[in-house]
Design a protein around this ligand. Structure first.
Ligand SMILES: Nc1ncnc2c1ncn2[C@@H]1O[C@H](COP(=O)(O)OP(=O)(O)OP(=O)(O)O)[C@@H](O)[C@H]1O
Ligand SMILES: [Mg+2]
Length: 481
C-alpha cells in the first residue's frame, strides 16, 4: 500500500515515529523541518472534551488509531502526484481497508464523518474545512486547539470543532501562511495571510498567545453584499440607500466609520458600485477585499517586512505612490496611521470622490481619530491647521454599527460643514433611531432624515444631475408626526 506522496505544500514527510506529546501549551511549535502535517497522534489520552462538544472521546480515539495506521501505510512522497479528488479517493480506500482489518465498529454515518475528517486533515485545513465551506459564517475565531467560535448573523457562537492538539493547530496555521510565502513561528509569532479564496487571516502564536495559537479568519464573501441586500436586511432604508448611491456617484469624499466587523468594508464596496465606469480608480488595501466592478481599476496591496525586517511597503507608501498614477479617485481600505494625511491631501487636491474606512464609534469620534492619526504621524501642525485640512477634505461620514442584537445598521450619514472657531461643525443628514425591543430581543428602530432638504453637497448633486433623486430620498425619509 506504500504508494502515496506528500503534497507540494507540505513541509516534509510524515513522521514514522509517534510525535512527542505536545498537547500542553508551550510545546506547540513544530521546529523547522519537522512535519507540518499530519502528525501521528500522540500516544496520550485525547484532551478532555469541552462540555459542548458533541463527538465522543471514543470517536477521537478511533480517529487517532486509524490516522496512525494510515500514516504507516501511505508513502506521502507520491501523494502530490494525484489531484485532490483522486487523493481523497485513495485515502478513502485505505481508510476503509484499515477499518475492516482493525475490526473497528462504526455506523455508516460515523464512518463517513471519519473519512471526511481524515481527508481534511491530510489534504486541507483539517477541522477548519467544514467551517470554511460554509458561506453563512462571517468570522472564524480559533482560540487554541479546543475552542473555536464562529460569527453567524452578527452573533458569536461556540462550535464543536476542535483540533487534536495545539501542534496540529499550529501546523494548519503554518500551512495557511506558507501559501503566501510567510512563516509563523516563535521568532515571528504574528502573521497576516490570505487563504486561496481571499479570506483574510491573522495568526498569533505562543509565546505571545498564552493558551495556544489564536487564528482569526474573516471569511471572504464571493458575492459581496449590495445596497439592495442591505435594505432587505434592514441595515438601511431604501431611501437611505438612494442617498448613499448619490453620495457615491457625485464624488463626495467619504469616510466610513465603524467598529470591528461592523460592515465598513462591505459598505465601502457598495459605495464603489456607483462610481462611473470611465473613472480611474486606485485602491490601496492591507489585504485586497474590495471588489470593484469598474473596468478602470488598479488594485494595490501593502506588504509586511520580511524576516530580516526589510522590504515593508506601508499604506502611506501606497497612497503617496497613488498620487503619481493619475488617479481620479483613491480608495483606502482602512485608514489607521499617517496615511490619513496623504489621503486628506489627495481629497483636497482634485481627487474628489476618494473614500476610506476608519475605526470609530461615531462620526465625531471619526474626526478626532483622524486628527490624532495625523498628529501621531509626526506632523508638527497646529490642531487648527489639521482641522482646516479635515473640513476642506472630508464631505461625508457614514457610520456603520453592529448593535447588541447582532444586527448591522447604518446609523448616521453626517456631513462635515466647516470650522467654527476651533471646532469642526457637523450636520446629521440621516439617522437610525432605536425605538424598542421585541419579545425575541431584536431591536426595533427606524431610519429617518433629519429634515435637511439641501445638504452641503447639493450643488455637486445638481452638477451630476442627481438633485431630484436626492431631494426625493430626503423628503421620503422624513418622519412626520
Ligand atoms: N449590513 C450587513 N448585514 C449583514 N451582514 C453584514 C452587513 N455588513 C457586513 N456584513 C457581514 O459582516 C462581516 C464583516 O463585514 P466587514 O468586513 O464589512 O466589516 P469591517 O467593519 O470592515 O470589519 P473589520 O473591522 O474587521 O475590517 C462580513 O462577513 C460581512 O459580509
Ligand atoms: Mg474591513
Amino acid at each position: 500500500m506504500a504508494m502515496f506522496g506528500k503534497r507540494p505544500g507540505d513541509q516534509s514527510a510524515a513522521p514514522r515515529a509517534p510525535a512527542p506529546a505536545s498537547a500542553s501549551a508551550g510545546a506547540v511549535f513544530a521546529p523547522a523541518g519537522t512535519p507540518s502535517m499530519p502528525a501521528t497522534p500522540a500516544p496520550v489520552a485525547p484532551p478532555p472534551p469541552a462540555p459542548e462538544v458533541r463527538r465522543s472521546d471514543e470517536y477521537y480515539q478511533t480517529k487517532s488509531l486509524i490516522f496512525g495506521a494510515l500514516i504507516e501505510a501511505i508513502d506521502l512522497s507520491q501523494l502530490s502526484k494525484l489531484d485532490s479528488e483522486n487523493a481523497r479517493e485513495e485515502i478513502r480506500d485505505i481508510v476503509n481497508e484499515i477499518i475492516a482489518i482493525k475490526n473497528v465498529v462504526l455506523s455508516i454515518s460515523e464512518q463517513e464523518d471519519l473519512l471526511e475528517d481524515i481527508c481534511n486533515d491530510v489534504l486541507g485545513y483539517g477541522p477548519l474545512e467544514p467551517l470554511l465551506a460554509r458561506d453563512d459564517i462571517a468570522d472564524i475565531m480559533v482560540n487554541g486547539a479546543t475552542r473555536t467560535f464562529i460569527e453567524v448573523s452578527g452573533k458569536i457562537q461556540l462550535t464543536n470543532v476542535r483540533f487534536r492538539d495545539n501542534a496540529q493547530l499550529m501546523n494548519i496555521c503554518q500551512r495557511i501562511v506558507s501559501q503566501v510565502g510567510r512563516r509563523v513561528d516563535e521568532a515571528s509569532p504574528i502573521c497576516d495571510a490570505r487563504l486561496l479564496d481571499g479570506s483574510r487571516v491573522n495568526v498569533i502564536a505562543p509565546p505571545l498567545a498564552i493558551d495556544g495559537p489564536a487564528l482569526t479568519i474573516r471569511k471572504f464573501k464571493k458575492d459581496k453584499l449590495t445596497l439592495d441586500q442591505l435594505c432587505r436586511f434592514g441595515s438601511i432604508s431604501p431611501e437611505g440607500s438612494e442617498i448613499l448611491k448619490v453620495i457615491g456617484r457625485v464624488r463626495c469624499n467619504v469616510l466610513i466609520s465603524g467598529g470591528t466587523g461592523s460592515g465598513k468594508t462591505t459598505l465601502l464596496n457598495c459605495l464603489t458600485n456607483y462610481i462611473d465606469l470611465d473613472e480611474r480608480v486606485i485602491t490601496c488595501e492591507d489585504a485586497a477585499e474590495l471588489q470593484l466592478q469598474q473596468p478602470h481599476v488598479v488594485r494595490l496591496e501593502t506588504r509586511p517586512p520580511n524576516l530580516e525586517g526589510q522590504g515593508a511597503v506601508t499604506m502611506r507608501d501606497l497612497v503617496k505612490n497613488c498620487l503619481r498614477m493619475r488617479p481620479e479617485r483613491i480608495i483606502v481600505g482602512e485608514v489607521r496611521g499617517p496615511e490619513a494625511f496623504d489621503l486628506l491631501q489627495a481629497m483636497n487636491t482634485g481627487h474628489d470622490g476618494s473614500m476610506g474606512t476608519l475605526h470609530a464609534n461615531s462620526p465625531r469620534e471619526a474626526l478626532s481619530r483622524l486628527e490624532s492619526m495625523i498628529t501621531m504621524g509626526g506632523y508638527a501642525l497646529p490642531p487648527r491647521t489639521i482641522r482646516e485640512m479635515i473640513v476642506s477634505s472630508v464631505d461625508v461620514i457614514v457610520q456603520a454599527a453592529r448593535l447588541r442584537d447582532g444586527s448591522r445598521r447604518i446609523t448616521h450619514i453626517t456631513e462635515v460643514m466647516g470650522l467654527e472657531g476651533d471646532v469642526v461643525i457637523t450636520q446629521d443628514l440621516f439617522l437610525y433611531d432605536i425605538v424598542g425591543e421585541d419579545a425575541n430581543g431584536k431591536l426595533k428602530g427606524r431610519h429617518r432624515s433629519t429634515g435637511i432638504g439641501r445638504p452641503r453637497f447639493w450643488d455637486r448633486a445638481r452638477y451630476f444631475g442627481e438633485e431630484e433623486r436626492l431631494a426625493a430620498a430626503l423628503d421620503a425619509s422624513e418622519v412626520r408626526e
